[in-house]
Ligand binder design. Structure first.
Ligand code: AR6
Length: 185
C-alpha cells in the first residue's frame, strides 16, 4: 500500500478526491436513474460535460434493450462523448429504504455488473463514484464497505483489470472510504 493506493491481486485500487468527469481512465461509471436520462448529481455532470452523444446512446439503449427502464443493479455502456474517458458505464444503484429491501445486494450488483462489463469489453481501468450515496440516500459508511468488498472480491478472481479508482466528491467522503479501505483492502 502506498498512500491511498492498494494492491489487490494484479490491480491497483486508488482512492482519490475529485470530479469523476476529469478522470482519464478507460471508463467512468455513472450513478444513473432507470430512465437513463440526464438527472442531477454525478449523472447531470457527466451528461453536461460529455455532450449529447451520451444521451443519444442512452435513448437508443432504452428503446432497444430496456423499454421499461434499466433495472436496479444492472449496467450498460456508452461512449464517453467529449469526456477524457472513452466509455461511460451507466448503472442504477438502489434507493435507500432502511436497508431491509435488498439494498446491500443491489448495490453490490451495481458494482459487480459494472466490473463484468468493463472486463467483457477488454478495458483495463475504471473509475467509480460513490453510487447511491447522494440523491438515493444510501448511508455512505455502509455503502463504502459494500463498494470496496465487491471490488476486492472481483479482483481476487479476475486478473484482467489494471486499475480501479474510487473518485469521492468531498474530503469527508474520501475519509470514510479511507477508513473502510484500511480494514477491507
Ligand atoms: N464526481 C464524483 N462524484 C460526484 C460528482 C462528480 N462530478 N457529483 C456528485 N458526486 P448522486 P445517487 C457524488 O446523487 O445517489 C441522479 O439524479 C455525490 O456527492 O449523483 O446514486 C440520477 O439521475 C455522491 O457522493 O447519485 C439518479 O436519479 C455520489 O456522487 C440519482 O441521482 C452519488 O450521488 C442517483 O442517485
Amino acid at each position: 500500500m502506498v498512500g491511498d493506493e492498494f494492491q489487490v491481486g494484479k490491480a491497483k485500487v486508488c482512492l482519490v478526491q475529485g470530479d469523476i468527469t476529469e478522470m482519464d481512465t478507460d471508463t467512468i461509471v455513472n450513478a444513473a436513474n432507470p430512465a437513463l436520462t440526464e438527472g442531477g448529481g454525478v449523472s447531470g455532470t457527466i451528461h453536461r460535460k460529455g455532450g449529447p452523444k451520451i444521451l443519444g446512446e442512452c435513448k437508443c439503449i432504452r428503446a432497444t434493450e430496456w423499454p421499461d427502464g434499466l433495472p436496479t443493479g444492472k449496467a450498460v455502456i456508452t461512449s464517453g462523448g467529449n469526456l477524457k474517458a472513452r466509455y461511460v458505464i451507466h448503472t442504477v444503484g438502489p434507493v435507500w429504504h432502511g436497508g431491509t429491501h435488498g439494498e446491500p445486494e443491489l448495490l453490490a450488483e451495481a458494482y459487480h455488473n459494472s466490473l463484468k462489463l468493463v472486463v467483457s469489453k477488454g478495458l483495463k481501468t475504471i473509475a467509480f463514484p460513490s453510487i447511491s450515496t447522494g440523491a438515493y440516500r444510501y448511508p455512505i459508511e455502509k455503502a463504502s464497505r459494500i463498494a470496496l468488498t465487491t471490488v476486492k472480491e472481483f479482483l481476487e478472481k479476475e486478473d484482467k483489470l489494471d486499475k480501479v479508482v474510487f473518485v469521492l466528491f468531498t474530503e469527508h467522503d474520501l475519509g470514510i472510504y479511507k477508513e473502510a479501505a484500511k480494514e477491507i483492502l
